[in-house]
Ligand binder design. Structure first.
Ligand SMILES: Nc1ncnc2c1ncn2[C@@H]1O[C@H](COP(=O)(O)OP(=O)(O)O)[C@@H](O)[C@H]1O
Ligand SMILES: [Mg+2]
Length: 312
């Protein structure tokens, strides 16, 4: 296992505010890691320190083995960054193409490789026909697309994306998510993505961390966090002839469900230890002559988990 991002006991204070409070975590090669938290949680501050734009009060970050405090130059070559204010950092006197060429050139990408890479990114971000325009004329969303291209133009092994799709339209957001997913898998690129969009994180992130008031609350795979915080599971039962009242009475009579209710013609029940209890419940239903069309779990979303951890 190769660690690409190692955060050690990181603390950052701004006057009386502790923006980041003793955070430690590791992100592995090829992982898409989600950094989730409400506004002012400390997400951007963490990214800025990892990207060598701020120095911490305590602790440090290693990127690809390089310490951000000892080897900031090495770190900068290794990373791509879509900053929080990514829409406003282009050169208006250059065209979009020239902007990418300029920033790619700073990383000494061989010219042919750079050209191919720029074409690819413009194409993917649907900017090809606007390559010769200036970003000055662009909307915030288009500027952010260009920033994203800039973060990726030198094909860095580690990419920080601070709220990457917050101002892109839903279709583009989806494309960006797919792109990240693909790059994490095929190129073993590592993505560290701050977001407050839980559904976004749920679909692309291999692991997520919840941060609140500068403190790391939980780290794990979305499915593991779900299991950790949901020992009770909710199931929906649909019966032939839609006979939920009878089904409800039978499930109740088993005494195995914590709660049973009817909802839209279905029986909805909550159990602990579903592996043990559900087979018994199903057996009793069938014995009573009821026929099951569907028994389906209502899986809590990552957002449900998050709200439980962060506390509303
Ligand atoms: N340059 C700064 N000066 C003073 N306070 C700051 C500065 N940057 C961030 N903060 C404060 O630190 C906290 C964390 O901010 P930030 O890391 O931007 O959170 P997030 O990205 O999760 O919204 C907030 O309370 C914010 O107001
Ligand atoms: Mg932020």
């Amino acid at each position: 296992m190769i660690t690409r991002i190692e955060i050690h006991d990181l603390t950052k204070q701004f006057g009386d505010i502790t923006a980041v409070n003793n955070v430690s975590l590791d992100v592995r090669k090829g992982e898409v890691f989600g950094f989730l938290g409400p506004n002012a949680a400390g997400k951007s501050t963490t990214v800025k320190i990892a990207a060598t734009l701020l120095t911490p009060n305590k602790g440090t970050v290693f990127i690809n083995g390089y310490d951000v405090l000892e080897d900031p130059e090495e770190v900068r070559i290794t990373i791509g960054l879509l900053p929080e204010d990514g829409a406003d950092t282009h050169y208006d006197r250059l065209t979009n193409y020239e902007n990418l060429q300029y920033f790619g050139g700073l990383y000494n990408v061989p010219i042919e490789e750079l050209q191919n890479r720029i074409e690819e990114l413009l194409e993917f971000l649907e900017l090809t026909d606007r390559r010769d325009e200036s970003p000055r004329t662009f909307s915030t969303g288009l500027k952010q697309k260009l920033s994203l291209a800039r973060a990726l133009v030198h094909n860095p092994p580690v990419v920080f994306l601070d709220e990457p799709t917050s101002i892109l339209d839903p279709i583009m957001s989806k494309k960006v998510r797919e792109f990240i997913d693909k790059m994490g898998e095929s190129q073993k690129q590592t993505f560290f993505m701050c977001t407050h969009l839980l559904s976004e994180a749920e679909h692309v992130c291999d692991r997520v961390a919840f941060i609140s008031n500068g403190r790391l609350m939980e780290v794990g795979r979305p499915s593991d966090l779900r299991n950790k915080f949901w020992t009770e599971r909710t199931f929906e039962l649909q019966l032939v002839n839609n006979n939920p009242a009878k089904g409800k009475a039978i499930v109740e009579a088993t005494g195995l469900a914590k709660t049973v209710k009817m909802e839209g013609g279905r029986v909805v029940f909550v159990v602990e230890e579903a592996d043990r209890n559900n087979p018994s419940i199903v057996y009793v239903l069938i014995e009573a002559g009821l026929r099951i069309v569907e028994l389906r779990e209502r899986v809590p979303s990552l957002e449900d988990v998050y709200l439980k951890v962060i506390g509303g």
